[in-house]
Design a protein around this ligand. Structure first.
Ligand code: DGL
Length: 269
């Protein structure tokens, strides 16, 4: 039996990471969990987020995954160490990979970070960035109105443009050349964010670098899947399945077959 990689998020945001894992590691089977019934996590207390993350991990662990990926910045900031201490398999978060990618790209040394209130309040990105490059200038901003737009599937509407412009337009006053999308939901809005910030600002999503980290860990542990078996991914959500399914199909396109997907609503709300 092929051991899957379990990926979790508060909703559809972690699909941005799942998509990149599917691209870089096409033999790996993915179990994806979106906690759509309790999204957004951003305004919640870190105690509550840790509790939710534990519940999801306890649920996913029954499928015998070889790795847990917390594809949610808010849950990574609040609960990465906690989950690492609770399970005997590797647990990967998304904050260090995003910080690494930004430091690798910035030329001006001024990096912007946008994320949920929880992530920004935690200071986790500043810490990760300063660890890599002590003199980097970091400008952080919480954007609480972005996640609800993504969860409703509003990626390119006028409302979305106005919300993004009024939330982050003023960041253009800084000499930043790199902006970390410090929430896995934000790549859904990257075209709009790019329109507002201008071409000179490079957008960083942690998806790429996180997938590379997953690949390195599995390679080092000799746990990469081999052979010609085409994996059948499984998706779980705790809320409305129709909207979740439609966003998943739209985002993942034809890269996976959705027919054999198992939909299951765990009783954790
Ligand atoms: N996608 C998540 C993140 O990366 C959480 C968004 C939320 O639920 O507020 O932070």
């Amino acid at each position: 039996m092929q051991q899957p990689i379990a990926i979790l998020d508060s909703g559809v945001g972690g699909l941005t990471v799942a998509k990149e894992v599917m691209r870089q590691l096409p033999r790996e089977k993915i179990l994806y969990f979106g906690d759509t019934a309790r999204t957004p996590y951003g305004p919640r207390s870190s105690e509550e987020i840790v509790r939710f993350t534990r519940e999801i991990v306890d649920y996913l662990i029954q499928f015998n995954p070889k790795m847990i990926v917390i594809a949610c910045n808010t849950a990574t900031a609040a609960g990465l160490d906690d989950i690492r201490s609770r399970v005997p398999i590797p647990v990967v978060g998304v904050i260090n990979p995003g910080a690494r990618a930004a430091i690798g790209l910035t030329v001006t040394g001024c990096v912007g970070v946008i994320g949920t209130e929880g992530t920004i309040k935690s200071g986790a990105y500043e810490q990760a960035l300063r660890k890599l490059s002590p003199h980097v200038k970091v400008v952080s901003l919480a954007c609480p109105s972005f996640v609800p737009l993504v969860e409703k599937g509003k990626f390119r509407t006028l409302e979305t443009f106005e919300t993004v412009r009024s939330s982050i337009g003023h960041l253009r006053e800084y000499p930043m050349d790199t902006l970390i999308l410090g929430c896995t939901h934000y790549p859904f809005l990257s075209e709009t964010i790019s329109e507002v910030m201008g071409q000179s600002v490079k957008l960083i999503s942690s998806a790429d670098e996180t997938a590379r980290e997953i690949s390195t860990i599995l390679y080092n542990q000799s746990k990469l899947s081999r052979g010609d078996i085409v994996p059948v991914h499984q998706f779980f959500c705790s809320g409305d399945t129709k909207l979740f399914q439609s966003i998943t199909q739209q985002w993942l396109g034809e890269q996976i077959e959705l027919t054999p997907v198992v939909w299951q609503i765990p009783n954790i709300v």
